[in-house]
Design a protein around this ligand. Structure first.
Ligand SMILES: [Zn+2]
Length: 458
């Protein structure tokens, strides 16, 4: 009996041990509770290298135009936080160049361009209650990058709009890099950041997984969106919410994913002393006075009557002294402070570019090249319409065409775009004059004065 009893006891112990092992196995392998969702990137006609190229080009332009925090401590913090999350995401064999910038804007916003160029407004850092919430915003943005949602949207747009390249030259079409930057300045930046509801769900789910894997409380993913929505109820939604529309069941889907992952880990990280220190640092940064030309902001200062010289490729002109200039790959944009929206859309100013074209030297060449340029612009500006058909004019004694277009302004109203084109040996030189419709009559005087100063190389 004793022996038997001992045997029974030890058998009981073995069963107990086995069950403990089983329970531990279940706890430690969340896969047994339910598989984490597998995410398939949407159809994309571009290569990952294109994501990097187009993202880099936009990022360089934005880095010049946006007021950056220029605080190495903050950038280093964003970089280490971002890379920690990136390490938990599938990169499908692509080495993204990952860059993280803090933008000195109080607007609550963060966005990531294709290829991994990430911009986080100080407003987003200040609005986050904890490191987990900031990590959630970033994990969501980084997910859009690795799932390549930006160029997937561009692929869809291109499929609907025909064969010619949205991004012009970069994609091996006949259009030049100048067209690319023209398109970008007018809103391809916006196109690359316009996500569908299914993109949003994918970014929420992958972001939740990355938060979980990086040791953060994954509930933060839905929290930040919820908080923003609650705080801005009845007001104009911040850009962040209109760029990332609620797919309708954000909280439910995030919670479902957390369940699949095995629930919120008891030791999940919510905040850190480092985050609180960075938040204080950001709050102490000087506030940049000039607001971006987005909805509701004051219009920029009127064009100065004093003009300054500019020498371009095959042309020279004079522009108002208070217009900044941004040179970019064969094109130059002139705009006052506040004339460019945060995402790079030109609201007030002028873009001059030289576009490579093939001409047969016929009289029709100028009109054909002009119409091709308008078609190219329309691909990145879905609201673009010809308001007044091309009419003959003279520019510095050369035959040119004057076309009026109407378009959606980055400031939310309608804008008028006055396009003047001339055909020169180096290509189609285009002068695109942009102002909101209400301000156009005032600006047209300046545009006319600028065009009168144009000298074309013989
Ligand atoms: Zn999103």
């Amino acid at each position: 009996m004793r022996v038997g009893e001992r045997e029974a006891k030890s058998r009981w112990r073995r069963i107990l041990q086995a069950s403990v092992t089983l329970v531990l196995a279940l706890v430690c392998a969340p896969g047994l509770w339910g598989q984490r969702s597998k995410l398939k990137p949407p159809w994309n006609m571009y290569s990952p290298q294109t994501d990097i190229q187009v993202g880099k080009q936009n990022a360089q332009m934005l880095a010049k135009r946006l007021p950056l925090c220029n605080d190495p401590k903050v950038d280093a913090y964003l970089t280490q936080l971002g890379l920690k999350l990136v390490a938990k995401m599938p990169n499908r064999g692509v080495q993204y160049p990952w860059e993280f910038h803090c933008v000195n804007s109080k607007e609550i916003n963060a966005f990531a361009l294709p290829g991994g160029y990430v911009f986080v407004n100080r407003g987003a850092i200040e609005a986050a209650d904890s490191e987990a919430q900031l990590a959630a915003v970033m994990a969501h943005e980084l997910s859009h990058v690795v799932l390549r949602h930006g160029t997937a949207q561009a692929s869809k747009a291109q499929l609907m709009q025909g064969a010619a390249g949205i991004f012009g030259g970069i994609f091996g079409g006949s259009a030049s890099g100048a067209l690319l930057s023209q398109g970008v300045a007018l809103g391809a930046g916006g196109l690359l950041l316009r996500y569908s509801r299914s993109d949003e769900t994918q970014a929420d789910v992958l972001g939740t997984q990355a938060l979980y894997d990086a040791g953060y409380d994954p509930r933060a993913m839905a929290q930040f969106f919820e908080k923003l929505q609650a705080e801005t109820k009845g007001k104009n939604p911040p850009q962040f919410l209109s760029d990332h529309p609620n797919p309708g069941n954000r909280v439910e889907r995030v919670n479902e994913e957390i369940d699949k992952l095995g629930g919120v880990p008891p030791n999940a990280k919510r905040d850190s002393a480092e985050f609180e220190a960075i938040k204080r640092e950001v709050m102490s940064l000087p506030v940049v006075k000039t607001p971006p030309a987005s909805a509701g902001n004051a219009p920029p200062a009127s064009p100065s009557g004093n003009f300054v010289d500019y020498q371009g490729n095959g042309f020279a002109l004079k522009v108002p002294q208070n217009w900044n200039r941004y040179e970019d790959n064969g094109s130059v944009t002139f705009a006052p402070d506040g004339g460019i929206s945060q995402k790079g859309g030109l609201a007030y100013g002028m873009i001059v570019s030289v576009n490579q074209v093939q001409t047969d030297g016929s009289e029709q060449s100028l009109e054909n090249a002009t119409r091709a340029l308008i078609g190219e612009l329309a691909r990145t500006n879905p609201g673009l319409k010809v308001a007044r058909e091309p009419a003959r004019i003279e520019l510095n004694g050369q035959p040119g065409l004057s076309t009026y277009l109407s378009n959606e302004s980055p400031n939310g109203t309608e804008e008028t775009d006055w396009l003047v084109t001339v055909l020169r040996p180096q290509g189609l030189v285009s002068f695109l004059c942009v102002a909101p419709r209400a301000a156009f009559p005032e600006y047209e005087k300046t545009f006319t004065a600028v065009l009168d100063t144009v000298r074309l190389a013989k």
